[in-house]
Design a binder for this molecule. Structure first.
Ligand SMILES: *Cc1c(COP(=O)(O)O)cnc(C)c1O
Length: 480
């Protein structure tokens, strides 16, 4: 069977009701005794089921969640990852290039995003930002309890991963591990829950109602002195607004506070980290500031399946503390080949999974096929489109831009609503009923709001701007 690697653009952001009904009716729900055969199943998948999928990758104006599409080069890499099905868990340099390629790809990412390959020598591909946040909090938990122990009874070496959180905290003389954040992504709560830190130990210290994504530095200082072990979790790219929790100056202060109090600094930059590739020009001053000095963090979360436009699932994780990473995630040394002496540590000792998909290959392929300039140009077009839509909304009498009217702070996310409650309550369903554009709906300060997140490489500023203004104009006329 030959496969075409490229998939054409489509106009529908989500399928029609008929396509969905047909797809559902055609699902084969009884396992056949005799297989249907490849030709039959190929027709079934392409003709019956594929029309029942969203256009999240193929329609340029699917703007819900934060999705990237898939570049042709990424698709080629992904197909080869499947063909060769390498299990990238143990570093076996005499048998496969896979772990070297994974490490190389992570280093290419570090070059592009300006993280020192030497300082951030802990690096790994994960299933996504959720997993990377879990890694960050797991390392943070290990560090802050050990640090509290060292400060109380030097040279104590207390390890949560060895004796468990309860015993380790008692030994270290602390009664809680707290995660201090401004407006964290929901996955941070899940990480806190999974790791025995607890959802209630995620403490919000937002600056104000108007700028909840920034830290109240005074209250942050107070929490840091309350005797608990502290992980400071920074949203570099708050999920609904795309705003940044810190500027370079605040990152410097946070680093100094963390050092003083034995705290850990984790950055969730799932889609925000990408702003590091923007040029340093007045146009992007606020974005440049938002990602300034993120390199001071102990651990970093990134997502490649968002703005890097590789297929799900692909996230990444960087840390300055590879030895803590291995302390937390190592398998007992007898379980697999001892690889500690090798130049590249085996990935199975660095993260959650043992057996792992070769998810570096699509990103390697796409990064090299497209190059640095292409990634930068693409993000500039995404920001340009977001700002043009935002500017249309600011000028409109029908809609209002959220969280405020500052166009210079717009990244690739546009949050807005209709001024009138009656239009606003139907706004997201009206836009999405067009099927040409798909956006997310969420509550913002107690009222519904719509959110556009532009992550696709298929973006075309003029064309996409025209479409969205058509849909928004129609919505306001239909409402009159
Ligand atoms: C998307 C996102 C996540 C979760 O990432 P997944 O890839 O869905 O696991 C975490 N944090 C932020 C800021 C995000 O945007």
């Amino acid at each position: 069977m030959s496969l075409d690697f490229t998939t054409a653009e489509v106009q529908l952001a989500v399928p029609t009701k008929e396509s969905l009904e047909h797809a559902e009716a055609s699902l084969v729900k009884m396992l056949p005794d005799t297989g249907l055969g490849l030709e039959h199943i190929k027709k079934h998948l392409l003709a019956d089921l594929a029309p029942g999928f969203t256009g999240s990758s193929r329609c340029p104006t699917y703007w819900a969640f934060t999705t990237g599409a898939v570049t042709d080069a990424a698709m080629l890499g992904d197909w080869l990852a499947t063909v060769h099905d390498q299990n990238v868990q143990v570093h076996l340099p005499d048998e496969t290039i896979a772990t070297k390629l994974e490490d190389t790809t992570l280093r290419l990412l570090q070059q592009l995003l300006t993280f020192s390959e030497t300082d951030f020598s802990g690096r790994l591909f994960t299933t996504g930002a959720t997993a990377s946040n879990l890694l960050g909090l797991a390392l943070g938990r290990e560090y802050v309890v050990a640090e509290a122990g060292r400060r109380k009874l030097p040279p104590a070496q207390i390890s949560v991963t060895q004796v468990g959180a309860v015993a380790a905290c008692i030994e270290a003389g602390i009664d809680d591990i707290q995660v201090l954040a401004a407006s964290p992504h929901s996955s941070l709560y899940k990480a806190a829950s999974t790791l025995g830190i607890g959802r209630d130990s995620v403490i919000l210290v937002p600056l104000s109602e108007d700028e909840p994504w920034r830290f109240d530095m005074q209250r942050l200082r107070e929490y840091l002195s309350n005797g608990a072990g502290s992980i400071i979790a920074i949203s570099a790219g708050e999920v609904w607004t795309g705003r940044f929790a810190t500027n370079g100056d605040e990152m410097g202060q946070i680093r100094a506070l963390a050092d003083k109090h034995g705290a850990w600094v984790h950055v969730d930059g799932a889609f925000g980290l990408h702003a590091l590739i923007l040029p340093h020009t007045p146009t992007y001053k606020h974005l440049n500031d938002g990602v300034a000095a993120l390199q001071l963090a102990d651990s970093i979360t990134g997502d490649a399946h968002k703005l890097f436009n590789v297929p799900y699932d692909c996230g990444f994780f960087f840390t300055r503390h590879p030895s803590i990473q291995q302390a937390v995630f190592k398998n007992p040394s007898s379980a697999y080949l001892s690889t500690t002496a090798l130049s590249i540590p085996s990935p199975l000792n660095l993260g959650i999974e043992n057996s792992r998909r070769f998810r570096a290959l699509p990103l390697y392929s796409s990064l090299l096929a497209n190059g640095r300039t292409w990634h930068c140009d693409l993000l500039e077009r995404q920001v340009a489109l977001a700002r043009r839509i935002a500017s249309y909304i600011v000028d409109s009498t029908v809609y209002e831009l959220l969280p405020d009217n500052d166009l210079d702070k717009i990244y690739m996310v546009v949050l807005f609503r209709a001024r009138s409650d009656s239009l606003n309550s139907d706004l997201v369903s009206f836009i999405n009923a067009s099927k040409r554009i798909h956006v997310s709906g969420l509550p913002w300060k107690g009222r519904p709001a719509a959110r556009i997140a532009i992550g696709t490489w298929r973006v075309e500023v003029d064309r996409d701007f025209q479409l969205v203004t058509q849909v928004l104009d129609t919505a306001s006329r239909a409402h009159q």
